[in-house]
Design a protein around this ligand. Structure first.
Ligand SMILES: CC(C)=CCC/C(C)=C/CC/C(C)=C/CC/C(C)=C/[C@@H]1[C@@H](COP(=O)(O)OP(=O)(O)O)[C@]1(C)CC/C=C(\C)CC/C=C(\C)CCC=C(C)C
Ligand code: ATP
Ligand code: MN
Length: 308
């Protein structure tokens, strides 16, 4: 459970190596899908991603973790104050020591971090989304921001391959990084519909439920029928469009970041396939990607990173 220290400046902080080690441990413990991806990165980038992950995880825990019931808007104000300190070069807690270093090394921008906190604020007062526009804003804040935070660490390739006869839109790495975060978050939402419903939360847009003649009550009761399956097909199709947009951005990344990002993308998007295999029952079974599928994804991602 995250506890904000009350007299932060009184204690001795971790060394830089110990702080990064702590961030690695947090990532290994919680990021079942992404940790594998980070292991494929060069050391300096991998450490920075662990520091960012640990900060994101701690932010998420404030509203989603075991101590969440003690979190108020004031807790998030305090957390935002800690963030400002990190960007001013001053660590308050042990893992911040790694963040201060990462922020300086990769010249990170504070705005996506602030935006993530405002996304967590939404979770404090909101448990319903009327339209996809509302939901997309939430997804940008809690996950699209991760793309913007990670992009300077991953790095953009010096030369982006393109040809004069190219008719496609040019790549916009920031927008594509945001798209990957949104794709992941939509996947996460679809996988966790049942778990969230048990906490009284519905992330799927209510106007889209209505479009398929499916009610909030149906969802809270875990009804799986033709209406639900149609609704889920629609949601999965939309999430896949975000992955397609994101894939273009991977090509623009520095070559040493492409394999890990391809891996994370392929691993995470396969959760959608698992939902389909479960015939859209996200209430009684958790959609998981089998180990053997994860294992074959890594060499496949490597190949894509070489040729795409
Ligand atoms: C290699 C890689 C993809 C690294 C990014 C790792 C990172 C810094 C992740 C932070 C995740 C985090 C704790 C976010 C807080 C809010 C939250 C919980 C969002 C959901 C993540 C799911 O994590 P979870 O721990 O629940 O995972 P499990 O399902 O339990 O396995 C999210 C769904 C959001 C994750 C969003 C991303 C990883 C965005 C990735 C985008 C990029 C790396 C940009 C790449 C650049 C281009 C141009 C495409
Ligand atoms: N503080 C914690 N201590 C121990 N285990 C935890 C803690 N927080 C989460 N977990 C476990 O880590 C796993 C990943 O968490 P899960 O994906 O369900 O939540 P989340 O990532 O916070 O959700 P979301 O991505 O929707 O915000 C879960 O199996 C959960 O039991
Ligand atoms: Mn999780």
């Amino acid at each position: 459970m995250l506890q904000l220290s009350e007299q932060p400046r009184m204690k001795t902080l971790a060394s830089l190596d110990d702080a990064y080690e702590l961030c690695r441990q947090i990532t290994a413990k919680y990021a079942r899908t992404f940790y594998l991806g980070t292991l494929l990165m060069p050391e300096a980038k991998r450490r920075a991603i662990w520091a960012i992950y640990a900060w994101c995880r701690r932010t998420d825990e404030l509203v989603d973790g075991p101590g969440a019931r003690f979190t108020t808007p004031e807790t998030l104000d305090l957390w935002e104050g800690y963030l400002e300190s990190i960007f001013a070069g001053e660590a308050i807690e042990d893992t911040d020591v790694a963040m201060v270093d990462t922020v300086e090394r990769f010249s990170l921008d504070i705005q996506p971090f602030r935006d993530m906190i405002s996304g967590q604020r939404m979770d404090l007062y909101r448990s319903r989304y009327q339209t996809f526009e509302d939901l997309e804003l939430y997804c940008y804040r809690v996950a699209g921001t991760v793309g913007l935070m990670s992009l300077p660490v991953m790095g953009i390739a010096p030369v982006v391959r393109s040809s004069p006869w190219e008719t496609e839109e040019p790549s916009d790495p920031s927008a594509e990084a945001v798209a990957l975060g949104i794709a992941n978050q939509l996947t996460n939402i679809l996988r966790d519909v049942g778990e969230d419903a048990r906490r009284g939360r519905i992330y799927l847009p209510l106007d889209e439920l209505a479009l398929f003649d499916y009610t909030e009550e149906d969802l809270l009761n875990g009804v799986v029928d033709e209406r639900w399956q149609q609704l889920m097909r629609f949601q999965i199709q939309r999430a896949r469009k975000f992955y397609v947009k994101a894939e273009k951005g991977i090509l623009a990344l520095n070559p040493d970041a492409r394999w890990p990002v391809w891996s994370a993308t392929m691993l995470y998007s396969q959760i959608l396939d698992a939902i389909e295999r479960n015939e859209y029952d996200v209430f009684r079974q958790r959609a998981v990607v089998p180990r053997y599928r994860k294992m074959i994804s890594l060499p496949l991602a490597w190949l894509r990173a070489q040729v795409l």
